[in-house]
Ligand binder design. Structure first.
Ligand SMILES: NC(=O)c1ccc[n+]([C@@H]2O[C@H](COP(=O)([O-])OP(=O)(O)OC[C@H]3O[C@@H](n4cnc5c(N)ncnc54)[C@H](O)[C@@H]3O)[C@@H](O)[C@H]2O)c1
Length: 209
């Protein structure tokens, strides 16, 4: 397993804990993304499974999205996904197949206020996944996308107000946020009540990401 992330030290620590390797790469840089993925595949002698999980999120009113912000969001979340899929498929197809798992979002399906460019980027990830499944399936490459709901990660909660976290908890059919594999307190028990109010954002309307 090789973890690629712009936070190279964090990736190295995770790889050490999980027994794998790590490489630093900024997915905003298309050329670096391609060469780093190629290098990772060459170093391991191939690739069986590609997971595209890295991504960014910003709450931005539609009227305030700039072309630069759009390019950044679509570049990291969608274009980089396309590039890593292409690089992996170039290795998987001659080897007889492989598995691609793309982390999209429920935002791809339902959109949401304040997140037009994030939802567009995740819709692109779903479209890329469908195309890959249809084009590469005959070569043994399976491609699937996962559209998570609310997950209590840095992205999922660190940019939210206490009111938003509580509001989205109530919207969840399970009345709780999903959590990463590591054990964390449930949002009801502590996180929601301990969050600093300084993070409060102006929107409390339901959104998805
Ligand atoms: N947290 C949620 O509620 C939620 C919901 C639906 C989908 N998702 C998706 O799940 C995936 C993981 O999100 P998360 O919640 O763990 O977020 P996170 O912010 O905790 O982790 C995102 C990771 O992506 C990396 N990253 C960001 N920009 C990068 C760049 N330019 N180059 C390389 N790496 C970069 C970060 O360093 C970080 O390790 C994302 O694709 C996100 O869109 C999250």
């Amino acid at each position: 397993m090789t973890i690629l992330d712009v936070l190279a030290e964090d990736a190295a620590e995770a790889a050490q804990n999980l027994g794998g390797y790590a490489m630093g790469v900024d997915l905003a840089n298309a050329e670096a993304t391609a060469t780093t993925v190629d290098a990772a595949i060459a170093a391991r002698g191939g690739v069986d499974v590609l997971v595209n999980c890295a991504g960014i999120f910003r709450l931005t009113p539609l009227l305030e999205i700039t072309p630069e912000s759009w390019d950044s969001m679509l570049g990291i979340n969608a274009k980089a996904t396309m590039i890593t899929m292409q690089r992996a498929a170039h290795a998987m197809i001659p080897a007889g197949g492989g598995t691609i798992i793309n982390i999209a979002s429920m935002a791809a399906k339902k959109g949401g206020a304040m997140e037009a460019h994030y939802a567009a980027s995740k819709s692109a990830v779903v479209a890329l996944t469908r195309a890959a499944a249809l084009e590469w399936g005959e070569h043994g490459v399976r491609a699937n996308a996962i559209c998570p709901g609310y997950v209590l990660t840095d992205m999922g909660a660190a940019t939210r107000s206490t009111e938003q976290v509580d509001g989205w908890t109530r919207l969840s059919p399970l009345a709780a946020w999903e959590t990463p594999m590591t054990s964390r307190p449930s949002p009801r028990s502590s996180r929601a009540t301990s969050r600093p109010t300084s993070r409060a954002r102006r929107s409390t309307s339901p959104a998805a990401w």
